[in-house]
Every structure is written in structure tokens, then in C-alpha cells.
Ligand binder design. Sequence first.
Ligand code: FES
Length: 311
Amino acid sequence: MTAAVPPLGAPGRPTVEAGTAAQVAEGELPEQTLAEMRELAGRYPQARSALLPMLHLVQSVEGCVTPRGIEACADVLGISAAEVSGVATFYTMYKRRPVGDYHVGVCINTLCAVMGGDEIYDQLQDHLGIGNDETTDDGTISIERVECNAACDYAPVVMVNWEFFDNQTPDSTVELVQRLRGGQSVRSTRGPVVCTWREAERVIAGFPDDQADEGPGAGPASLAGLRLARVHGWTAPGSSGAEGKDAAETKTGEGERVGADPGTPEGGSPYTRGDQETRIDESSAETVDETDRTADADGRAENPERGEDRP
Ligand code: FES
């Protein structure tokens, strides 16, 4: 059963910002998309919990959150379009205008700003000739000043379609967008080859492309604190002394920081598996990196803590 939905433009019926062909498209979404929306709704005990992935699915099809996308979400979930619109306009990942094939987010939050994020954004803006939340005329690149990407250990950080590019500089970021505009295949620092924004939105919606395990789960800078704790035998309150003893026996890793990289060609990675890449052992909920495995002569997976993966 679905709630009655007033037509677009009716009193009390919020609409998203118009202005492009995609946004004024009429009629319903494709039947396949509607079926996938219903599938998403069926994944949750309460259907409305699927609203966030459904909005990402809308973006993967429409290029942004469109009025008919809002209407479809409301119809499938049996809620009002105002409720859907309230969510879609709250979170910055939901766009009311189509972004480029590659949406470049430059972190300008405190640490990245101190490390050069503002300079990166300024040079990128000058290079592309567009402003915040604007898209190049060829539709390939849009830019956005973003707040903390939860990757401060690799500041200044840039994201392309939500994939990380670590330790950037103004020049490396310009080179990155040049390669993307040139149609080159670019691999993110800790993830897969960058796909288009619409493809990324479909993955976020809950339809995997089987690339999630590409790249290291956590880079060396993310694990620096853990290694330091091992050297000194530090443990979290409540953890056993044995863990601290084991931790103190473990050697630190090498090379905590890598240079700015504008993305590597498919198949390449700035982190070498031998001394930097980390494997997340899901079965034991432990983080085991290659450095630790080398240092541990007994071959034990002794890391007591799980490394933080990227969001
Ligand atoms: S301040 Fe930029 S990722 Fe945290």
C-alpha cells in the first residue's frame, strides 16, 4: 500500500532544483530501476530504511536526485515525497544537479587545509575554470569542497567518485583530472580503477561491481599508531597484558608516507605489498600486515586490533 503523493509543484510538495534535461525528464523511472528499488526495500526489516540506497540508485540512473526519482522512492516506500526530499536535501552526497563523470572532492577541512588542501582547490578551480559544485562544459569533471573524508592520515586528500587519492599536491591533482579528462584509466591510491560517478552510485546503492577488495585495506600511515603501541607495549584499557607483551615484541614498519600520486595506471599501486599493504583477516577480526608477518618469527598473527578500513 502506498501513500497518496501530490503532484510535483503542488502546495507542500517540495521539488528539487531544475535546470537540466535529466532533471525535467517526464514519466516514471525505467521498470528495471523500480524493480531494483523494490528489491532494496525488501532487504530491510523496515522498508523505509532503504531510502538512502534508493536515492543513490536514483542518482546512478538519473545523474542526480530528480523529481521523478523522489516520487518513485515515495511510492515504493509508502511515504510522502516531502519525507524523501527532506532526506535528499540533507545529505551532501545527494546531488540536485548532475555532476561530472568524475566528481572531484577536495578536502578543505582543518588538517587537509593546513597540509595544502586550500591550495589544491584553488589551483584546480583555476585550471578547470569552474567553481564549487560546477561541472566542466564537456561534462567530465565537477569539483566540490568537501569536509573531512576520514582519511586525515593521508592529508591532503582528494576523492574522485569517493575513491581516495592520498598526499596530493596542486600539481598532482591537476595531472589527475587531466588524465581523467583524457580518458585514461586511473587507479586510486587505495582502491580500484576509478569508475564513472553513475557506476559508483550504483555500487553505493548496493549493487556491487566486485571491486571492493581492490587495493590495500589500510595503508601504513593508518597503522602507524598501532605499530607505535606495539613498540611501547601500550594497550587499550581492559585489554590483557599478554597482548601488550606480544605487541612490544613486534617491529615497526617502514615508510609511513608516500609521495603525492595523481593516480596510477591500471595495475599499478604506490603501495608495495612487501612493506606496506595490509590484509584484513575477516575470520579473526585481526589486522595482519606483511611487515608484521615478517617480524614475527613464530608466524603468529599477533595483532590484537583490527585496523581501520576506509569508510
Ligand atoms: S581533514 Fe581532510 S581527510 Fe580529514
